[in-house]
Design a protein around this ligand. Structure first.
Ligand code: EPU
Length: 419
């Protein structure tokens, strides 16, 4: 299994190009199931989760060609299987995103229940309840969600909890349902907006994406279009934090500053100088050590849970005491235990991590437990004295394209050890 070897101590400096957003690419690829003609998707990041999605669609019979620039041509017409197996869903929970489109377009879908995950229980009850309210007949049998419907109808859906993929699944289903669907307490994440923009480019009628009420007028058919996935705000934030923890100067290019307000506010609060242009963000820490920050994760536009682990690494080496409260997932602090082994002074109290920053960490062999936790261990490695080896980095490959090349270009001592 591959490992990453990081030699800490370098101050990062330079430009880093940002890839397409994983969490927008996955629902957009699932949405191609709704079309009755081929769809072209550009700016797709080359990631393990994308490969898994291509495999999932491929097993259904969807024809996909990928060119060297990761532009995907997806032809859903040869589809012949209406199922997502446990074997694939267990490796990527986002496979649940095929449920809504398959059911809306083909009237049937058998999708394995995802089960628990390293960061929390992560149920999909709201996806299921929403589709039932739209007329689907759903049974849970043998660990599978078995859904059938002649044609879904519009409904008023009030989501109990803000759910990103839940909103996306219901949005895709509503696009082809008969009549009007109202999704209330909808997720407002930029990736939801990107999916809605993609669906509209295919002919869907959607209003209010990006607010907490989305209105969809179902249409009879959707056709393939050409769509470019938005830049990854979490990848952007991760490289900016890499600049901050090393006292460096990093410019993230090809990104969308307006999607990172909460993150940039916290980076300024920790003492970084932030400058933005239309499609770039520059962080300059001017050789200083960041100041610790207090934050609480929340659905967008709040502080993203997907940046919590990276800021835990920042607080670990910052000046002063910082408090981080996780409100979205119940078990998203596995990285803290690994950082403690590197000398971080962090106490966990329920869903809050309180850290007293130390001037530097000590290298140690550590283990990645989920995607963002792995990213935070890379950040910790960048500021540790000595060589940090991170195991189980397949988690990183799920969500960060060419992380060692990108960090290497910024001057980090990082290399992949294969085998
Ligand atoms: N929830 C329910 N019932 C449901 C659905 C969700 O109770 O039916 C709860 C969850 O247990 C959780 C909360 O609602 O406590 C929010 O979960 P959400 O459904 O929004 O998460 P998700 O859609 O499964 C997406 C991202 C995650 C990101 C979260 C929160 C994708 C593919 N995944 O997950 O990304 O952390 O939203 O922003 O979009 C990552 O990229 O590392 C990652 C984990």
């Amino acid at each position: 299994m591959d490992r990453l070897l990081i030699s800490g101590g370098a101050r990062l400096n330079g430009h880093v190009p940002i890839s397409g957003a994983k969490n927008a690419a996955l629902p957009i690829l699932a949405s191609t199931l709704l079309a009755d003609s081929p769809m072209r998707v550009c700016n797709v990041p080359h990631l393990r989760d994308v490969t898994t999605t291509i495999e999932l669609l491929g097993r259904m019979g969807v024809e996909i060609t990928v060119d060297e620039r990761m532009q995907l041509e997806v032809d859903p017409r040869p589809i012949r299987e209406f199922a997502a197996s446990y074997e694939l869903v267990k490796t990527m929970r986002a496979s649940i995103l095929v449920l809504g489109p398959m059911l809306a377009r083909y009237g049937r879908a058998d999708v394995s229940l995802p089960g628990g995950c390293a960061i929390g229980a992560r149920p999909v009850n709201l996806h299921v309840a929403g589709l039932q309210a739209m007329g689907a007949d759903i049974v849970i049998e043998d660990g599978y969600i078995k859904a059938r419907a002649d044609r879904l109808h519009g409904a008023r859906l009030v989501l109990d909890t803000v759910t990103v993929t839940g909103t996306e699944n219901l949005l895709m289903a509503a696009a082809l349902a008969r009549g009007e669907t109202l999704i209330e307490n909808a997720a407002r994440e930029p990736e939801v907006v990107d999916l809605a923009d993609c669906l509209m480019s295919m002919g869907a009628q959607i209003e209010g994406a990006g607010t907490d009420t989305i209105t969809v007028q179902g249409v009879e058919t959707l056709s393939g279009s050409r769509y470019r996935v938005l830049p990854d705000r979490i990848e952007t934030g991760t490289y900016l934090v890499a600049g901050a923890v090393t006292g460096g100067k990093v410019r993230a290019t090809g990104t969308r500053p307006d999607n990172l307000d909460a993150v940039l506010a916290k980076l300024e609060e920790c003492g970084a100088k932030i400058t933005t242009g239309e499609d770039w963000i520059e962080l300059d820490m001017e050789g200083r050590r960041p100041a610790a920050v207090n934050l609480r994760t929340a659905p967008y536009p709040g502080f993203p849970t997907d940046m919590q682990a990276q800021f835990t690494a920042l607080n670990a080496i910052a000046e002063g005491v910082g408090t981080i409260t996780e409100t979205v997932f119940e078990n998203r602090f596995m990285h803290v235990l690994e950082m403690q082994r590197m000398g971080a002074d962090i106490k966990l109290e329920g869903n809050t991590a309180i850290s007293e920053g130390v001037p530097s960490l000590m290298a140690a062999p550590v283990m990645a437990t989920d995607l963002r936790a792995s990213a935070s261990l890379v950040l910790a490695g960048l500021v540790a004295e000595g060589d940090t080896v991170i195991e189980r980095i397949y988690h990183i490959d799920r969500g960060y394209e060419q992380i060692e090349e990108k960090l290497g270009q910024l001057g980090a001592g990082i290399r992949r050890i294969t085998g």
